[in-house]
Design a protein around this ligand. Structure first.
Ligand SMILES: [Zn+2]
Length: 237
């Protein structure tokens, strides 16, 4: 399994997250996005719906909450107004392609596709549509962990977010209108972050888990490895 602790060697690059609802992005990925932004990545969060159908009694605050979360993790947001529980894969493909034209991401992060009976219908439609676009456009794609019901999610990539766990908790805390959800509670956030550490065999630390759907490394990567190993051989002799 891979871990990804070296987010610091990147020059200016773009990561685009695409999620159905505001708050979907912070639960599985706030720590990773914060690390990326600190490492110089441009972090853009695309939200497909505007939260009108939320079960929360507090209405109409999701944009402000997202902006507050974005200030903490170093992300900017873009909202679209697709109809919750009723949008199609075609609608998501159209929005995604339009945003890609403007944003040109080096990496996309989205919901993990899951059988519909385990997940939210909107998450599933979003995952299918974004996977379609990323495949056609040949863009690296990571799936993030579902907040609950992990069936069908097969993480193969873990990010150590211990240094930014407080930022993650604070970013989630910005979504005041959603804090009544069980998986938004502090204990649930910490337990799941620790669960991924244990999955890696680590006793301590907090992690986020991803399933890499599409990613490659270019020839420079192997050249760098070859150069490094050569230098080490020279040093040893
Ligand atoms: Zn959602």
């Amino acid at each position: 399994m891979n871990t990804y602790s070296d987010l610091h060697n990147s020059s200016q690059r773009n990561v685009l997250t695409i999620y159905a609802h505001a708050d979907d992005e912070v639960l599985p990925a706030a720590g990773t996005l914060s690390l990326m932004s600190k490492a110089g990545w441009n972090v853009r969060c695309l939200i497909l719906t505007d939260g009108g159908l939320s079960s929360s009694p507090i209405k109409g605050t999701r944009h402000q909450e997202a902006d507050a979360a974005g200030k903490i993790i170093g992300a900017t947001y873009e909202f679209h107004a697709l109809e919750e529980c009723n949008f199609s894969t075609q609608a998501v493909i159209k929005v995604t392609e339009e945003v890609l034209g403007r944003w040109q991401p080096d990496l996309i992060i989205t919901h993990a596709p899951q059988p519909e009976k385990y997940g939210h219908r909107d998450h599933e439609v979003c995952a299918i549509a974004v996977s379609n676009v990323a495949t056609r456009k040949n863009i690296p794609l990571w799936y993030s962990a579902p907040p609950v019901f992990l069936r069908g999610f097969e993480p193969n990539f873990f990010v150590d977010i211990t240094s930014v766990i407080e930022e993650k908790v604070a970013a989630i805390g910005c979504y005041e209108s959603e804090l009544n959800k069980a998986f938004m509670q502090l204990d649930a956030i910490l337990v799941l972050s620790r669960f991924w550490a244990r999955e890696l065999g680590q006793k301590d630390g907090y992690f986020e888990a991803f399933e890499i759907s599409r990613q490659w490394v270019d020839a420079n990567f192997f050249t760098a490895i070859a150069n490094n190993s050569h230098q080490q051989v020279v040093k040893q002799s």
